[in-house]
Design a protein. Structure first.
Length: 255
């Protein structure tokens, strides 16, 4: 009887050792898992002028990861209109397209468009998708108010979405283009929102380094349209309606 007991205990000991080993291997496998990769940035070329743009997928939307640079003509900040399309480059007050394109602000921040220029003759849209190509390249469109809301909702709401969209670093530290504190900025989406400033209706360029406003394809009143903007001192994506005469940046969405 004692011999049988010995034989019974030995297999149990072997089985227990195997289970401990298997459990240890499973734990090692879990520890070796790598975190989810950051969003992959791809590129496309605008056939109108040869500009190459980065784009990134955020949820179910594909956004340009740079401001639009299409510049068929240019005027200075003193020229404005609620109905005539105008194109601006921050800080440039001439009328020569090539000279405007040679500036660092054009290279970094792209073009500022009044709402008629951003819409390129299209009617206001409240739908998702907007169906408004506007000034965007073929295969892309100007986002409606609803599409901007889809973006901020996906990122957890307007009060935190800005931090996930803004480029990181500060001017003071020499690490970025936003003035400090650049609150909440992680750019975890790859959207790389920059503070390109605006051409305001009082005929001045204003806000570079402090804020970045972008048009939507949605009209509010006869003389105003909805936009989204981000600031250096909070992590919001703010929503506002302002004069169609203002010059703001454009980000396009893929159709």
């Amino acid at each position: 009887m004692r011999k049988k007991t010995t034989y019974l205990i030995f297999p149990l000991l072997v089985m227990g050792a195997f289970l401990v080993f298997a459990s240890s291997c499973k734990k090692d496998d879990d520890d070796d898992k790598t975190p989810d990769p950051k969003p992959t940035t791809q590129t496309f070329t605008d056939s109108r002028d040869g500009n190459v743009y980065k784009f990134v997928t955020i949820g179910n939307q594909v956004w340009m990861a740079e401001n639009l640079k299409y510049l068929p003509s240019v005027v200075g900040s003193a020229t404005g209109s609620l109905t005539t399309p105008y194109y601006y480059v921050y800080g440039y007050n001439g009328s020569e397209v090539n000279a405007a394109k040679a500036t660092s602000n054009y290279s970094t921040y792209g073009v500022l468009y009044n709402w008629p220029a951003a819409m390129n003759g299209a009617a206001s849209s409240t739908t998702n998708p907007s169906g408004v190509q506007g000034v965007c390249p073929a295969g892309w469109h100007l986002p409606s108010e609803a599409e901007w809301t889809q973006l901020t909702d996906y990122l957890g709401g307007h009060s935190i979405a800005g931090g996930k969209l803004k480029a990181t670093g500060t001017i003071e530290a020499g690490t970025g283009l936003w003035y400090a504190p650049n609150t909440g900025a992680t750019n975890e989406t790859g959207f790389t929102a920059l503070p390109g400033g605006d051409r305001y209706l009082n005929a001045i360029f204003d806000g570079i380094g402090y804020c970045g406003p972008w048009w939507s394809a949605t009209e509010c009143f006869t003389n105003s349209a909805w936009n989204r903007f981000m600031n250096h001192n909070n992590s919001n994506v703010n929503r506002n309606y302002l004069s169609k005469e203002n010059g703001y940046s454009v980000r396009c969405l893929r159709d």
